[in-house]
Write a protein that binds this ligand. Structure first.
Ligand SMILES: Nc1ncnc2c1ncn2[C@@H]1O[C@H](COP(=O)(O)OP(=O)(O)OP(=O)(O)O)[C@@H](O)[C@H]1O
Ligand SMILES: [Mg+2]
Length: 394
């Protein structure tokens, strides 16, 4: 990644310059390259609490200006991981590094206040007895004039100029969130840790504030770890998603890859409802009511689950007891009877009971499609959108 020279200087990145004979850099000569250790690195982070391993061998790399979302269900270890990075808790194993400097390992533990890490939590935790300006200035170093300039700059950045003398309880939830962001960023942290920072906001405010926050974080070129249990939020905010389960990162990657190439059924199901069709492998094939699926390299007798999201089922009409002809893209059609159809705003959700085994399948259709219960229709699976996994034993 190439960053601007000023930002790179602040972060101490390696600067490659080509001074001319007067000792000045030519326009074409100033190029900043990211130091390979810039940003946050965590390696094999492990924490045992109450006799259980709640964070297990977690490794991550977050570069300056990048947002990584720790995404996972309640209790999977997201906040504990943040606490270990912040330094308010110590790992049993593993290391935390910022810009190549070890913050935590077996022997070293830099105290939280010396880590240059900004924190932001769900409740914002503004000091109620301090004005907005005092809240933002809290923890800043320098002369009163320098602090005043930085506070004014941050207030402008979060569009709250003129609110410096107000107290937090005189502000709306969205305004308080922006003050908390200004306070966290005022000291120019190299890493920003955010634990469900938008969950206290009203639905209508949330989208706008998320986008604004993201713009500010990108401008500040901070490495951000954002904790959320909301997959939509992670998809919207993250450059990279680290999906956590039972203390471990089960998959990490760009939102597109995590959504379109999940590692297992639960990873797929974390982002949307899924339909699951079971089968058994025979001669590299699994026969289902939707046709045969090629499953090479899997021994005969292996039970597999074919997983498909509701929007990737295709619905077709009944033609006097017959369905559409099979195609390479969609395979064979299977017959189902509508149990319920609901209009969801942007799409319609249709629930089917399948004729072949009585199982239920859900399909979503963009726009309004509300067939009556009992209507016989045919379903096809978009082959390229199916995921096949070994059957999970629950
Ligand atoms: N001090 C503690 N002693 C014992 N167990 C703890 C302690 N702190 C956390 N835990 C346990 O560790 C697990 C992970 O907790 P953590 O707060 O990291 O979860 P989380 O992913 O942030 O969940 P949520 O989304 O609900 O905030 C939980 O099962 C929790 O009960
Ligand atoms: Mg938590």
């Amino acid at each position: 990644m190439i960053v601007s020279a000023t930002k790179a200087c602040r972060r101490g990145s390696a600067l490659l310059s080509r001074p001319n004979s007067e000792g000045f850099a030519r326009n074409w000569g100033w190029v900043a390259v990211e130091n390979s250790l810039d940003g946050l690195t965590i390696e094999g982070l492990t924490r045992r609490l109450g006799g259980r391993t709640v964070v297990s061998d977690v490794s991550l790399r977050v570069r300056p200006g990048q947002v990584t979302c720790l995404l996972g269900p309640s209790g999977c270890g997201k906040s504990t991981t943040l606490r270990l990075i912040a330094g308010v808790d110590r790992p049993d194993a593993g290391r935390v590094l910022a810009d190549g400097e070890v913050l935590s390992d077996k022997v070293r533990h830099v105290p939280p206040e010396s880590r240059r890490i900004g924190l932001m939590f769900q409740d914002f935790a503004l000091f109620p007895h301090m004005t907005v300006a005092e809240n933002i200035a809290f923890g800043l170093k320098g002369t009163a004039q320098e602090k005043g300039r930085r506070v004014a700059g941050m207030l402008e950045r979060v569009r709250l100029s003129g609110f410096g003398e107000a107290y937090p309880d005189q502000l709306s939830g969205g305004e308080q969130q922006r003050v908390a962001l200004a306070r966290a960023l005022a000291a120019r942290p190299r890493i920003m840790l955010m634990d469900e920072p938008f969950s206290g906001l009203d639905d209508r405010l949330r989208d706008g504030i998320r986008d604004e926050t993201l713009d500010i974080l990108k401008d500040e070129v901070t490495a951000v770890v954002l904790v959320t249990h909301d997959p939509e939020e992670a998809m919207r905010m993250a450059d990279e998603i680290a999906l956590m389960r039972n203390g471990c990162i089960v998959q990490s990657g760009a939102p597109y890859n995590i959504y379109n190439a999940p590692v297992d059924r639960d990873a797929a199901a974390f982002f949307s409802d899924v339909n699951v069709i079971c089968g058994t492998v025979r001669g590299a094939l699994t026969d289902t009511p939707f046709g045969e699926f090629l499953i090479p390299g899997v021994p005969d007798g292996t039970e597999v689950e074919i997983v498909i999201r509701p929007q990737h089922l295709r619905i077709d009409f009944d033609r006097g007891g017959k369905g559409p002809n099979p195609t390479r893209e969609d395979g064979v059609a299977a017959k189902g009877s509508v149990v319920r159809a609901r209009y969801m705003g942007n799409e319609s959700l249709v629930e089917f009971r399948m004729e072949h085994d009585g199982s239920m399948l859900n399909a979503t259709v963009p726009s309004v499609f509300l067939p009556k219960p009992g209507t016989q229709l045919w379903l096809m699976m978009r082959r390229r959108r199916c995921f096949v996994f070994p059957k999970e034993v629950s």
